[in-house]
Design a protein around this ligand. Structure first.
Ligand SMILES: Cc1cc2nc3c(=O)[nH]c(=O)nc-3n(C[C@H](O)[C@H](O)[C@H](O)COP(=O)(O)OP(=O)(O)OC[C@H]3O[C@@H](n4cnc5c(N)ncnc54)[C@H](O)[C@@H]3O)c2cc1C
Length: 371
């Protein structure tokens, strides 16, 4: 099967050019100083349509599938994983299916989301709740035409920088403990970009990579949300977030593959340039074996990712294969980025070269989106 049609190749090439020219130099400059993804870059990404890849054309989106989403994600993550990730935050590309939004919400938000002018942050995890999302403790209770939300959230990437939060909270505390995945609901909380809305106090969590934005913890104290900001059906948020897992796990694989490819390309270039014992180290068979193995592992994961994306776009259920490619690609990315550091020797252990960044970011891909 030819996965890469002419149109897809053109899209891949255009994104590769964009990533290498517009993203990589900024990543190399800002990641070492923990700087934020600049607004000017976000605007350019909006012009390229990257925030609305899966959004219907009527809202200004590209109306493409999961395949194109992952193709673009690999290219952007090759330059900077945080940039490959921020496209998820339009929510049009995210874990939340677009069908969850009401007609009113679509009219209000979709155009701005597709342009990258209205980006969100998903607040699911909590201090006591990670993998077991049915156990989350944040509560929302109905008060007239509002919901009132209380509780704490942890690991909310872009929480401070976003224009809105999608908060998952328990709306039914009386469910059968054996069926506690029921009774959870999702809410859109609009907020000022760069700050927190009334009733929320938050701050960044210190982390070892994934720079370009903050990952935050925050506390909600009687946060009032209009009833119309309920996202999807009341009590069914568990299905909302899990139904999007296939495509978001494929995209996590794409980001891991992008990072590994960056490491492979940088290590290959370095090996051709670095001279020891009177010759370029790329001439040593042991280095060549490493590079060949890295390339083979990357291609293997990419082919599985293409297969998963194709199934998703054809509407064929593939949650098992999506979990498999997420697992294999992220394990692979950690190995390959570490091997790249090895090929660079001492230089790989400095912040003068990007391979250490790929390694730090690859480590994260094994943790989020299902540890
Ligand atoms: C940088 C970063 C950004 C993130 N961004 C977001 C975000 O934007 N929004 C959001 O909601 N969350 C976010 N997360 C949270 C992320 O999704 C969780 O970290 C992840 O789900 C794992 O949860 P945990 O860290 O609590 O680990 P835990 O669930 O406590 O797991 C700890 C370890 O136990 C293992 N484990 C757990 N259950 C089992 C089991 N049943 N069997 C065997 N082993 C098990 C896990 O695999 C893991 O190795 C982010 C996390 C990080 C680190």
């Amino acid at each position: 099967m030819t996965y890469l049609t002419e149109e897809r190749r053109m899209l891949q090439e255009a994104t590769r050019k964009f990533a290498m020219q517009e993203v990589l130099p900024i990543a190399n400059k800002l990641d070492p100083v923990k700087g934020e993804i600049p607004m000017a870059l976000r605007d350019k990404m909006g012009e390229m349509g990257y925030f609305g890849i899966k959004m219907p054309q009527e809202y200004g989106g590209l109306d493409m599938g999961c395949f194109e989403y992952c193709l673009i994600s690999e290219e952007l993550a090759r330059a900077w994983m945080s940039v490959g990730s921020i496209i998820r935050h339009s929510m049009a590309n995210s874990i939340i299916p677009m069908s969850a939004f009401s007609e009113r919400q679509k009219d209000k938000y979709f155009q701005k989301m597709a342009a990258g002018q209205f980006l969100g942050a998903l607040a699911m995890s909590e201090p006591g709740t990670g993998s077991d999302i049915s156990g989350l403790a944040a509560r929302a209770r109905r008060d007239g035409d509002h919901w009132v939300i209380n509780g704490s959230k942890y690991w909310c990437t872009f929480g401070d920088g976003a224009d809105f939060l999608v908060v998952i909270a328990r709306t039914d505390p009386n469910v059968d403990p054996a069926r506690r995945h029921l009774g959870l609901s999702a809410f859109i909380i609009e907020k000022p970009r760069g700050g927190w809305p009334p009733g929320i106090q938050g701050h960044p969590i210190p982390k070892i990579g994934y720079f370009g934005w903050n990952t935050c913890e925050f506390a909600m104290d009687n946060v009032r949300v209009p009833a119309e900001n309920l996202l999807g059906e009341e009590g069914k948020a568990f299905y909302l977030v899990t139904s999007g897992l296939e495509s978001s796990r494929a995209q996590t694989a794409a980001r891991a593959i992008g990072l590994a490819r960056g490491a492979l390309e940088d290590a290959t270039a370095y090996a051709k340039d670095r001279v020891q014992f009177g010759q370029a180290i790329a001439g040593f068979q042991a280095i060549r074996f490493k590079i060949a193995h890295m390339a083979a592992e990357i291609e293997c994961c990419r082919q599985l990712m293409y297969s998963v994306c194709t199934k998703i776009d054809e509407g064929v259920r593939c949650d098992t294969e999506a979990a498999m490619v997420k697992y294999l690609a992220t394990e692979m990315a950690e190995r390959v980025t570490s091997e790249a550091i090895q090929i660079l020797g001492g230089a790989g252990y400095t912040t003068h070269f990007a391979v250490e960044r790929y390694w730090r970011d690859a480590r994260l891909t094994k943790i989020f989106e299902g540890a």
